[in-house]
Each structure stands twice: as C-alpha cells, then as structure tokens.
Design a protein around this ligand. Structure first.
Ligand SMILES: [Zn+2]
Length: 221
C-alpha cells in the first residue's frame, strides 16, 4: 500500500530537503533551476522570486559580477533550462517504466563545447566550479555541472497529473506528482473517470477458485 506521501519525512528525505534548500550543493542548484523553469510566464523585475539574487547565489558570483545579471537574459535562458530538464524528466519517465531507476538519464546530453569555451571556469573551495563569463552560458554550464553531480538525477520528473505536467524535483523515489495538491486532485479525477467508464463484467470463464470480486469502498477518513 503506497499511501504514505503525506506522512513524516524519512531522514534521507529530510537530508534531501536540506540540500535542496542550499544553493551551494548540486541538489540546491537543481532545485533552483527547477523552480526557475516552473515560473509560467515572462519574468519581470522584482518578481515574486527574487530571481537575480538567487542567480547570484547559485552561480556564486561576486557583487561586481552580479551587475551582469539581467532579468531579460534570465528569461531567455529559462526556456532552454526547461527544455533540458524536460529531456531528463522524459528519460527518467522511460527508465521508471522499464524499471531502470539507476541509469543516468542524461547520458545523451552532452556539454556543448561552444558552451564550455564561453565560460570562465574556476574551482572555488566550498562552492565547487565557479562559472564566470556571460550569464547565459554560465547558467547553462552550472545546470549541466549540477546534473552530473546530484545523487538522484532520476528524481527530476514531470508531474503525472493529467492537467499539470510541471517539472519537479522529487523528495523521494515514490513521489510522482509535483505537489500533494496535484496528487489528491489526480486521485479524485481518476476515481471519477473510472466511474464514468462502463463496468467490466465479471469474466464468466474465470478459473475455479476465483473469488467473487469485492467492491472496495472508499477508505474511511
Ligand atoms: Zn502537478
């Protein structure tokens, strides 16, 4: 029975949540990029997410470098981020279907040599690789670098709710919806859809020993 999605987090999930909130870890960077990709429309100055400050933190840029962080360039890079994360999520969905959770889903995503050439790379203790240079390649390089280092790349997924399809970063292996809200909405939607369909008639040729189907009533509470 897999109905434990809302109960307390396991220690591993708690650790993952902490890492995802720390923008100096690969997990935290991926969480940032997933959040960036989730913003539905064009970014504007002073948006609900303080995107420019977040970008500075994720890139580990100094205040002087941060002057290059324009909201227009973030907005134009966002589409590419969404595409790349979408590829990873699609590969993960396939892996989950065929039962190969462990495979690196992005083996086919190669770092574009042009991209690597246009960033100024530097190893910074406590931060990992610092990508300087123009904003767009720096962001994309940081995304790819984090993808290569996170422990659970298979947790980058697309919400399975029929009307959502958002990319999200799962907190544990059994999370298939972006939010509990989506999970609940989808469950009641599927329940209603199943009721609409004509009931399957019991198979009259069922073998001996077949038990009468029990109607499962909705759970109490
Ligand atoms: Zn969703």
């Amino acid at each position: 029975m897999k109905s434990d999605r809302s109960v307390g987090l396991t220690p591993a999930s708690r650790l993952r949540r902490e890492e995802a909130q720390n923008p100096t870890t690969p997990e935290g960077r991926i969480a940032f990029f997933v959040g960036l990709a989730q913003i539905p429309d064009q970014l504007r100055e002073g948006d609900r997410l303080n995107v420019q400050a977040d970008v500075q933190t994720v890139l580990g840029w100094s205040d002087a470098e941060a002057k290059k962080i324009s909201i227009e360039e973030i907005a134009s890079t966002k589409q590419r981020v969404l595409e790349e994360l979408g590829k990873v999520a699609a590969a993960n969905a396939l892996n989950i279907k065929i039962g190969r959770h462990e495979d690196l889903p992005f083996a086919s995503i190669l770092l574009d040599p042009e991209l690597v050439r246009s960033v100024a790379l530097q190893v910074v203790p406590g931060h990992g690789i610092h990508a300087g240079g123009p904003l767009r390649p720096a962001l994309l390089f940081t995304l790819f670098e984090a993808l290569g280092r996170i422990r659970n790349p298979d947790y980058i997924r697309r919400c399975l709710a029929h009307d959502c399809a958002r990319i999200f970063f799962a907190e544990h292996g059994n999370q298939f919806f972006c939010t509990p809200r989506c999970a609940n909405r989808e469950a009641s939607w599927r329940f209603r859809e199943a009721k609409k369909k004509p009931k399957k008639t019991a198979n009259p040729t069922a073998g001996r020993g077949s038990r009468r189907a029990r109607v499962v009533q909705g759970s109490k509470g």
